[in-house]
Design a protein. Sequence first.
Length: 398
Amino acid sequence: MPAQRSEHDEALIARVDAARDDLLGLSHAIHERPELGFEEHFAVACLAEAAERAGFRVEVGVGGLPTAFAARAGDGPGPHLVVCCEYDALPGIGHGCGHNIIAAAGLGAGLALREEAERFGARLTVLGTPAEELGRGGKIRLLEAGVFAGVDAALMVHPSVADVGWAPHIACERIVVRMHGRAAHAAAAPWDGVNALDGVVAGYTGVAMLRQHLRPGEKVHGIITHGGDAENVVPERAEAVFQVRAPTLDRLDPLVARVMGCFDGAAAQTGCRLETRPLGRYAELRYNEPLASAYRRHGERLGRRFLDPAIIPLSVAGSTDMGNVSHAVPALHAMIEIADLDVPGHSEAFREAAASARGDRAVLDGAKALALTAAELWRDPDLLDRARTAFVHGPHRP
């Protein structure tokens, strides 16, 4: 039987329950108005207003990003904890990754913890982190701006098809590939042209052949985003965007080199000039056993049934800029179930689950489990010490 919760734990849970209608209303409002990365003005306005009403000191535009925000409470010398909120959506599919749940659960945890920060003489920041999708790396920009400096631990929860305290997330780099050719009349004088689209297609084909030789956990995928302007003109410019993924940053570098070799060869074959532009690099997520175990313990007390993360293969792993945060401070990136195991992420079915009754339960349970974990870090110095030790010494995979 799970251990009995303390009076303080019950108070945290009660604060989340008291905010139930507001949190679920916020989750559904963000879900109904999906916004792409760095354009999340509606979501930020809703979250910042709710935090300000609750008594937080709110700063919008933190780190120089207009759609980032920090809601702060407490100013004592105790540990500084950050609860991260994501709220960006995907092109076309909207909240097919369920970031509306991350936003509402993160705020809910903050609402429960605000008084605790004061009571423990600690500091709390509910941090709005824009543009996680498509490798845009809002958290990386906040790291570079020093927003995570002096933070003792960063926590968040992400919707999924299972409850786990930790799941593998691998390193990723997003790259724009552009071929420059020479325009010509495609019917009257094609010999005068250099076909940039041929260059991109040849490179794409090379990557397709490379895929059969990738090692487990390595992935490459991309789309052609521009192939010319008129079918009767030899395209002078063509573009593609690729994501290259590997289990770690060390393995990512040689794989990126192999992928770029496909496009170097394609440029040589077709006479095009190759231009590449990196769009961002996500590090692999570093496992922090003390934080993951504490979250799992509190989640189980809420009635959640957890999956053993050791059985999750790298073949289903995605990537997140929380990985970069986990290389800078002890971090928790827990997963909370909102759909059946056969529902793929980034799909219409997952988008619908993010506004379902199961999604609503995840908002409330996620807020409670995060709040209980954060409060334990303030209450138990040994837990924070063990999280710091795990951050420094690992292991970084279970």
